[in-house]
Design a protein around this ligand. Sequence first.
Ligand SMILES: Nc1nc2c(ncn2[C@@H]2O[C@H](COP(=O)(O)OP(=O)(O)OP(=O)(O)O)[C@@H](O)[C@H]2O)c(=O)[nH]1
Ligand SMILES: [Mg+2]
Length: 445
Amino acid sequence: MVLDDLGDSLRGTLKKIANAVHVDSKLIKEVVRDIQRALLQADVNVKLVLELTKKIEKRALQEKPPAGMSNREHVIHIVYDELVNILGDSRELPIKKQIIMMVGLYGQGKTTTCGKLATFFKKKGLRPVLIAGDVHRPAAYEQLKQISEQVKVPFYGDKSEKDAVKVVKEGLNKFKRVSDVIIVDTSGRHKLENDLISEMKDIFKATKPDEKLLVIDAATGQQAGPQAKAFNDAVKISGIVLTKLDGTAKGGGALSAASEVGAPIVFIGTGEHSGDFEKFEPAGFISRLLGMGDIKSLLEKAEESLKGKDAEKTARRIMSGKFTLHDMYDQMDMLSGMGSLRKIAEMLPGGFPGKAKVKQEDMDSTENKLQKFRVIMDSMTNEEMNDPTMVRSSRIKRIARGSGVENRDVKELIKYYNMTKRMMKGFSGNRKMRKNLMKQLQFGK
Ligand SMILES: Nc1nc2c(ncn2[C@@H]2O[C@H](COP(=O)(O)OP(=O)(O)OP(=O)(O)O)[C@@H](O)[C@H]2O)c(=O)[nH]1
Ligand SMILES: [Mg+2]
């Protein structure tokens, strides 16, 4: 299958992300290079590759994962997202009365696709018909006639007529009242010679097609882009049919063509028979190419084992009384998972340690405050994070300025830290509490 190699390399890259211990800029740069190499090897247009990978790198380095998503998942999602984006919007041909004109270079699969489209619309309950607008290649008439017999739809052609416009007009007249979908085949071009372009434009004017479908062989390579552009300039392509995806070509050139002309791929051909035809949907296509199902289960496993390790280490440190702001920062999700301070206090035997009084409103708004606390901690130095007792008047002012909050917000963070630390210490003397804490650390997210 076309793009098998590309799929293999991209899947390898995503697995690298899924299994990484840290998703840092070094990994992201490496991943971006891997993706570049894979796409270039698959013949994807160089400019497109550079644009795409630049976007992936920028987003992966700058964007924070949304709540509930790990860094790994987030980066994988960005790669998937941007790949889907280059394939353009998803578009389906409407199931209604219409005229479809096929265009494309010589031997790309136009005539074969006429039969596939007819089968598709017939299955939808419409009445398709075929018109032989290819008057140049001697066998073209017979080929379309045979196809029409195979798929059992009406056919019109005139073997002795050399004027394509005349044939097409005749066919339209004949079928106007007795059909729903009129599919007009046209002749192939070796390249876009002027007289053939003008013939194509004349057929276009005579037909007034609703759809102008460009047929591209997946093996086309880098020329696919300029070709598609020339067809688009002549008749404004409304959709692309990518054929011969069952082959072994690299396929990236043809795929890039869609992005270059901004026309959506509407169908793909996967064989010579009329049933070897699929509607194209970018998200599903990329999902399949990347093996997203496998990646997802891999991610889940990686998350579980990492969470287990982290939790053990943190729990041990916390219970030995070393609970820094770094720990608090790392465990924010866990803390919010534990709920309000009151809930934590309730878990402690004998109530709140040190008998500190916590006001009801302080407890209830804790979760909302965690986000603010995170911003404040981002303005603190490593030293301050390790030893928050040093955070007093002038430091408080500086941190508040840096994080755009009031002095009292910084003070509140310190107060929250002190209380949490005391509570965490309270856990260490009690085996049941310790087990409880471990559980919270592992499954709090
Ligand atoms: N394997 C495979 N072969 C295909 C597919 N689509 C078309 N073909 C084959 O490609 C060859 C050319 O197909 P045609 O439909 O005649 O192409 P065309 O664009 O009409 O060619 P001209 O009319 O000569 O310009 C034929 O042998 C088809 O059977 C496909 O999706 N997969
Ligand atoms: Mg043909």
